[in-house]
Write a protein that binds this ligand. Structure first.
Ligand code: 13P
Length: 249
């Protein structure tokens, strides 16, 4: 069976001025540097700060083993797109990963599956690992359409044979669990991840996201088809994020 090292990723969203963002990154780097092997998380770690902090967090985390990611990118490599960032710019700032199709972009910025798919191609072009988010709304779950929604998002957001073309990470983030303090049940996560595994195959890492915290992380991360977590709020606190990473089996 393919070995998939678990990954705990922090999505800082639009949080972090220089002082607190650098203090957070510095504390994570310090812990990675000073922890005994037995105290270190068994998972890989990734942080995705706001774009204004990428270069300085990259410098701060250099050599720590903690990877850096962007939160979005434009499909084009460069051009007249005011306010946007290309995948190449993220790579140039030190990123190895980029979150794409987060529900806050799908719902808050009207991003379509087709646009997410172009962004996945852009990430690949720039050598970044795409972290593609999918997830149903509460209405869709209550209507019994959770899997149909996620399956349709996947089919339309991923380029042809995306799983074979290079490293790919998919994050299942039920919209109703994001920032609500109410994570999906272990049964619902296990069921969705099993369906995602059947669709995506053994090589793709499948993360769960939505109100992951130090109290629920161990049980979620122990599920067979959960290859890690995409953490929002709790990733803004070094101790909480570290504790989540430390709960990886
Ligand atoms: P919370 O962990 O704050 O629920 O956010 C999850 C998320 O959206 C990560 O991308």
């Amino acid at each position: 069976m393919t070995e998939r090292k678990k990954l705990v990723a922090g999505n800082w969203k639009m949080n972090g001025l220089r002082a607190d963002g650098l203090a957070l990154a510095g504390e994570l780097g310090r812990r990675m540097g000073s922890a005994d092997a037995s105290d270190k998380p068994r998972c890989a770690m990734l942080v995705c700060p706001p774009a204004t902090l990428l270069a300085s967090v990259a410098a701060m985390l250099a050599g720590s083993g903690i990877a850096l990611g962007g939160q979005d990118c434009h499909p084009a490599p460069k051009g007249a797109f005011t306010g946007d960032l290309s995948a190449e710019m993220l790579a140039d700032a030190g990123c190895s990963h980029v979150i794409l199709g987060h529900s806050e972009r799908r719902h808050g910025h009207g991003e379509s599956d087709a646009l997410v798919r172009e962004k996945v191609a852009a990430a690949r072009r720039a050598g970044l690992v795409p972290v593609v988010c999918v997830g149903e709304t509460l209405e869709q779950r209550q209507a019994g359409a959770a899997w149909a929604t996620v399956d349709a998002q996947l089919a339309a957001s991923l380029p042809e044979r995306a799983a074979e073309a290079g490293e790919l990470i998919v994050a299942y983030e039920p919209v109703w669990a994001i920032g609500s303090g109410l994570a999906a049940s272990l049964e619902d996560i296990a069921e969705m991840h099993a369906a995602l595994r059947a669709r995506l195959g053994a090589a793709v890492r499948i993360l769960y996201g939505g109100s992951v915290n130090p109290g629920n992380a161990a049980a979620i991360l122990a599920l067979a088809d959960v290859d890690g977590a995409l953490v929002g709020g709790a990733s803004l606190d070094a101790q909480a994020f570290w504790s989540i990473a430390r709960s990886c089996p």
